[in-house]
Design a protein around this ligand. Structure first.
Ligand code: GLU
Length: 448
C-alpha cells in the first residue's frame, strides 16, 4: 500500500472507531498529515503500526462526579482522564473544567499533549483530563466539594511516577490545592510530585502561572529571529484574556518591545491603539474575574466591541490564546490580507485546519500550539524536578530555564522541518519531531 493510502485509511479508521469526536479527528489528521515522509523513511514504523497504536489511548477513564451545591441540591458531572501514552515518561497533562468538556475534547487534548511533551524532551508522557463542571459562578465551598468528589475517584489512577495532572482552563492553583488535599487524605502520602500547578509556598514552581504566555512569546521571538526580525515595534493581537493571553502580552510589551493592541473574551474585543494597559487588564481579569468590556471605562480612547472579531484588526503578529477552533479560514484570510507575517498558537488547536493551510500557503510563519504553547507543561516538568529534589528555585532561574527549553523546542522543530524537506514549516517540524521520538521509544519497548 502506498503511504498516502495508508495514512488515509488510518484517519478513516480513527473516525469510525471514535464516532462523534470531531476535535479528536481533527487533531489526528493534523499530526498524521505531516508524517508521509517519516513513514517512507522508516518502514519499521509502518510495520509496527506505530501511528495506529498512538491513535488509541493507553487507557480511557470516565467516571461519575456527584456533588452538592450550597443549597443542598445534588449535581452529577462526568469526569475524564485519558492516559494517552507513557512511552516517554509518566502521563502528564492538565485537567480542564468547562461545560464544553466531553470525551472528544479530552482525547484531542491528550493526543496533542503526547507530541508536545515529546518535543520538549524532558521525559514525560501525555495525558489529559477534566470534567463538564463549570467552576464559574460557583462558591469556594462548591468548588472544593466538586474537587474532592472528582479526586475520590481519580486518586487511584494517578501518582508522581504514574500520571501527573495539572491545571488547564477552569483549573488553577485553588482547584489543584483542593484536589491535592483530598489525594493526600485518601492515600496518606505527601506526594507533591503527583500534581503540578500548585501554589508556590507548598511545592509549586515560580513562573507556572506565567509559563504558557511567556513561553509563547519566547517561541515567537525565536521564530521572528530566524527571519532576522523580532517583536520590537511590532503590532500584535492576542485573543483571550486568561493567564495565557495576559502573560504573553506582558512578555511582548515589557521585554520584547512589541505593542499588543487588542485582546478579547467570550463577550467581545477591546482595542487600544496605544497598546493595552497591562495593569488594568490584570486588575479586571485576574483580580476581579470580570469582563474586558470594563477596560473602556477607564481608558477613554479604547474601543470595546460587543461580539467583535479580533482578527479583523491589522497586525504583524497574531497569537490566538483563547480556545480551540477560534480562528477560521476567513479570519486567516483577513490577517494575511492585512499583512500579518507570523501566527503563534498560545491555546491548543485554536486555528481550524483550513486556517492553518491558508497561513502555510501564504508563507506566514505559523507556529502550532504543540510547540508554541509548551511553556506551561515545560514549567510543570521543572516543578516535578524541584519536587523530586525537594528544592525551590527562584523566579529568575526558572524563567531562564523556560526560555532555554522554548529555544530548544524551536530548534528541534526547525531541524525536523528541514530534515524532511519543508524548511520553515513549523507545522511539519513539530509533528515530525514529536512523533519520531515517541515512535523510536515504542519500537524499543516492544509491542505494547
Ligand atoms: N494544560 C497545559 C497544556 O495544555 C499544561 C499541562 C501541564 O502542565 O501538565 O499544556
Amino acid at each position: 500500500m502506498d503511504t498516502k493510502t495508508n495514512i488515509e485509511n488510518i484517519c478513516e479508521g480513527v473516525v469510525a472507531r471514535n464516532a462523534g469526536e470531531p476535535e479528536f479527528h481533527q487533531a489526528v489528521r493534523e499530526v498524521v498529515g505531516s508524517l508521509a515522509p517519516v513513514l517512507e523513511k522508516h518502514p519499521e514504523f509502518v510495520e509496527a503500526k506505530i501511528v495506529e497504536r498512538l491513535c488509541e489511548p493507553d487507557r480511557q477513564i470516565m467516571f461519575r462526579v456527584p456533588w452538592q451545591d450550597d443549597e443542598g441540591e445534588v449535581h452529577v458531572n462526568r469526569g475524564f482522564r485519558i492516559e494517552f501514552s507513557n512511552a516517554l515518561g509518566p502521563y502528564k497533562g492538565g485537567l480542564r473544567f468547562h461545560s464544553s468538556v466531553y470525551l472528544g475534547i479530552v482525547k484531542f487534548l491528550g493526543f496533542e499533549q503526547v507530541f508536545k511533551n515529546s518535543i520538549m524532551d524532558l521525559g514525560i508522557g501525555g495525558g489529559k483530563g477534566g470534567s463538564d463542571f463549570n467552576p464559574k459562578g460557583r462558591s469556594d465551598t462548591e468548588v472544593m466539594r466538586f474537587c474532592q468528589s472528582f479526586m475520590t475517584e481519580l486518586y487511584r489512577h494517578i501518582g508522581e511516577n504514574t500520571d501527573v495532572p495539572a491545571g488547564d482552563a477552569g483549573v488553577g492553583p485553588r482547584e489543584i490545592g483542593y484536589m491535592f488535599g483530598q489525594y493526600k487524605r485518601i492515600t496518606n502520602k505527601y506526594e507533591t510530585g503527583t500534581f503540578t500547578g500548585k501554589e508556590v509556598n507548598w511545592g509549586g514552581s515560580p513562573v507556572r502561572f506565567e509559563a504558557t504566555g511567556y513561553g509563547c512569546a519566547y517561541f515567537m521571538q525565536e521564530v521572528l529571529g530566524t527571519l532576522d526580525d523580532s517583536f520590537e515595534d511590532k503590532t500584535c493581537l492576542v485573543s483571550g484574556s486568561g493567564n495565557v493571553a495576559i502573560y504573553a502580552i506582558e512578555k511582548i510589551q515589557e521585554e520584547f518591545g512589541g505593542k499588543v493592541v487588542a485582546c478579547s473574551d467570550s463577550g467581545g474585543v477591546v482595542y487600544d491603539e496605544n497598546g493595552l494597559d497591562l495593569e488594568t487588564l490584570k486588575h479586571i481579569k485576574l483580580e476581579e474575574g470580570s469582563r474586558i468590556s470594563e477596560y473602556a471605562d477607564t481608558h477613554e480612547h479604547a474601543r470595546y466591541e460587543d461580539g467583535g472579531n479580533i482578527w479583523e484588526i491589522p497586525c504583524d503578529v497574531a497569537l490566538p490564546c483563547a480556545t480551540q477552533n477560534e480562528l477560521e479560514e476567513d479570519d486567516a484570510e483577513k490577517l494575511i490580507k492585512n499583512g500579518c507575517t507570523a501566527v503563534g498558537e498560545g491555546a491548543n488547536m485554536p486555528c481550524t485546519p483550513e486556517a492553518v493551510h491558508a497561513f502555510v500557503d501564504a508563507g506566514v510563519s505559523y507556529a502550532p500550539g504543540k510547540a508554541a504553547n509548551a511553556g506551561g507543561v515545560a514549567v510543570s516538568a521543572l516543578e516535578m524536578q524541584q519536587n523530586a529534589g525537594r528544592q525551590s528555585w527562584s523566579f529568575e532561574y526558572t524563567d531562564d530555564q523556560l526560555k532555554e527549553i522554548m529555544k530548544n523546542i524551536h530548534e528541534r522543530c526547525r531541524e525536523a522541518a528541514e530534515e524532511y524537506g519543508t524548511p520553515g514549516n513549523y507545522l511539519n517540524g513539530a509533528n515530525i519531531a514529536g512523533f519520531t521520538k515517541v515512535a523510536h521509544a515504542l519500537i524499543a519497548q516492544g509491542l505494547t
